[in-house]
Design a protein around this ligand. Structure first.
Ligand code: DC
Length: 234
């Protein structure tokens, strides 16, 4: 927990899909008593809204003008219940729905729409106004909080990430082929890295964390040590 003498800071954790960054960001926030915001959940919530309002057909064609017009009426928030956090879309708990395969398959193109990004970046900056926040995503250290005191860029080989994703899906009782998941990981990396608006890239001042061969507790310790170093130098 932060003490009265520890300054509140902003912590940006970016990285590739299935790199484990959300779990470690959530754990860090818990360890230091900060608020945790999953920015990917916000892109997923907008995608769910678009699906429910008939703005996406065949999982492909997006009625972009209709979605842009609806953006001011999309409110996203988070509720915390003990250790679990839920995403709220206009007050409704949509945590389960935004993790569905349909949403996962449609979210990347939605996240390339500049107006969607501008609206969500503004909401994310509002969440971070008071500092004391850990936010994870793809563009947090580069675009959302370019002045964050602590920035981390998490990576692992595509093969390691695909293996983790298969294990995660199998754990939920979902069958998944390693080859298919690996292809999906590589495709998502390419979309995230090459989109024009806020592509995924490491901020120049972000610390690189390659966790291919690290255990979860080693990663948590690494982050906590970095947090202590950063706050002790302020
Ligand atoms: O982290 P995730 O898989 O839940 O993210 C869902 C999608 O949102 C993914 O395609 C990348 C995109 N995203 C983004 O473009 N910018 C962010 N800050 C967070 C997520």
């Amino acid at each position: 927990m932060p003490t009265v003498n520890t300054p509140l800071i902003t912590i940006a954790i970016d990285g590739y899909s299935s790199s484990g960054k959300s779990s470690m960001a959530r754990q860090l926030a818990k360890n230091i008593g900060y608020r945790y915001i999953d920015s990917g959940a916000m892109y997923r919530a907008v995608t769910l809204y678009a699906m429910r309002h008939g703005m996406i057909s065949d999982g492909q064609a997006i009625d972009i003008p209709a979605l842009i017009a609806a953006l001011p009426s999309i409110k996203i928030d988070f509720s915390v219940d003990g250790d679990s956090q839920s995403t709220l879309l206009n007050g409704e708990n949509v945590e389960r729905d935004i993790r569905s395969m349909e949403v996962s398959n449609c979210v990347s193109p939605i996240a390339t729409i500049p107006e969607v990004r501008h609206a969500l970046v503004a909401m994310q900056q509002k969440f971070g106004q008071e500092k004391g926040i850990v936010m994870d995503g793809r563009d947090i250290g580069t675009t959302v909080f370019p002045h964050a005191e602590m920035k981390v860029f998490v990576t692992a080989s595509p093969e390691t990430r695909a293996r983790r994703r298969v294990d995660e899906l199998n754990g939920k009782g979902v069958e998944a082929s390693y080859e298919e998941v690996l292809a999906n990981v590589i495709t998502r990396d390419r979309i995230d890295e090459t989109r024009e608006e806020s592509p995924l890239r490491r901020a120049d001042d972000a610390r690189l964390l390659d966790n291919s061969t690290m255990s979860i507790s080693e990663q948590n310790e690494w982050l906590l040590n970095l947090y202590r170093t950063v706050t002790s130098g302020i």
